[in-house]
Design a protein around this ligand. Structure first.
Ligand SMILES: Nc1ncnc2c1ncn2[C@@H]1O[C@H](COP(=O)(O)OP(=O)(O)O)[C@@H](O)[C@H]1O
Ligand SMILES: [Mg+2]
Length: 321
């Protein structure tokens, strides 16, 4: 196996807030290789976005990295200067978010906004930028790009706006794409079209892709590997095939049972066994223990780690299935 493009190792992040310290991530590890789509799944609040933002070097100032390392194509993100990270973002690594319409500038045409990204990273004249923007629109399968280049975001559907965001993210040919809930708020047909696009471009360009979603069915359809997060921990990490064939963590199994035909989303099942624990107080070694029907005394012993239990299958549990 070649070296991963992104490797997060034992990363811990906390937020110092007025109401206490939020231990948002504790010792999380994951890798994303070129050409691979890795899904990061978990309920809302499990630490998916914080992981992604930290990897991109755009963590909220209230957030503090207390341990770990993030290697992005040989660069140590956690010690890189802001100048280096600015060069890295867009060029080596790009991120797309949910709500594309609010992320776009309402008073600039979509063509100008894609052009801005191109100009920031390469010195190109006006004609080559326009041609490159039209190419970018074609890449994301926007019909009639010569006309759409001069449209404003409000003249486009949510799905088209997300295509624009993807075009912006990919215009400088990054090696890593992080998509954080990229289809939230879109109708089902548009969701599938956007996901097909992301998958096709990832494979064509041999990108390392991290797909953050609370939709297990979507992760199953599009991801090569799935990382399951719960309350700031990675609880299980396996190839999609292995995970669905034989989930080992009780939480993973619960998620799958709650979505029997792969339909539905984690948002619908939050009540399944209590909510996420409060990340501000004292937390047990296994943050799922308060919700777990396999809980035994051994689960309270400290130093719970994420271990490789079979080839390529990682698990953090003392009473696995
Ligand atoms: N800026 C912030 N200030 C305080 N707490 C935060 C901040 N951002 C995220 N958190 C907390 O970190 C945890 C993980 O959040 P997040 O990564 O956004 O979850 P997810 O993306 O999985 O829904 C949550 O408990 C959330 O409340
Ligand atoms: Mg999130």
């Amino acid at each position: 196996m070649p070296a991963p493009l992104l490797e997060i190792q034992k990363l811990s992040v906390e937020f110092r807030t007025r109401s206490g310290i939020v231990r948002a991530l504790e010792n999380i590890s994951m890798k994303v290789h070129r050409g691979e789509i890795v899904g990061v799944v978990g309920e809302s609040g499990s630490g998916k976005s914080v992981s992604a933002l930290t990897a991109m070097g755009i963590l909220d100032p209230a957030g503090h990295v207390t341990s770990g390392s993030i290697n992005l194509g040989g660069l140590e993100v956690l010690t890189a200067t802001e100048g280096v990270m600015q060069q890295t973002r867009g060029r080596q690594a790009s991120m797309i978010f949910q709500s594309p319409r609010t992320a776009l500038n309402p008073i600039r045409t979509v063509g100008k906004q894609i052009g801005d990204v191109l100009r920031r990273h390469e010195n190109a004249n006006r004609q080559t930028v326009r041609e490159a923007v039209i190419d970018a629109l074609k890449t994301v399968r926007i019909p009639d790009p010569e006309r759409r280049i001069d449209a404003f975001p409000f003249e486009m559907s949510g799905g088209m706006c997300q295509r624009i965001m993807i075009a912006m993210a990919l215009s400088c040919r990054p090696e890593l794409l992080i998509a954080d809930e990229p289809t939230t708020g879109l109708d089902v047909t548009t969701q599938a079209a956007i996901m097909d696009l992301i998958r096709d471009l990832s494979k064509e360009r041999n990108m390392a892709t991290m797909l953050i979603t609370h939709d297990l069915a979507m992760a199953a359809d599009y991801c090569d590997r799935i990382v399951v997060m719960h309350a700031g921990h990675v609880v299980e990490n396996a190839s999609t095939e292995d995970l669905f064939e034989a989930p080992r963590h009780p939480y993973t199994a619960k998620l799958m049972k709650a979505t029997p035909h792969g339909e539905g989303s984690l948002d619908d099942i939050e009540s399944i066994a209590g909510g996420l624990p409060d990340l501000r107080g004292e937390l047990p070694p296994c943050r799922f223990s308060g919700r777990c029907d396999r809980f035994e005394e051994i689960c309270s012993t400290p130093d719970l780690t994420l271990d490789e239990v079979s080839e390529g299958h990682f698990l953090s549990c003392r009473k696995p299935l």
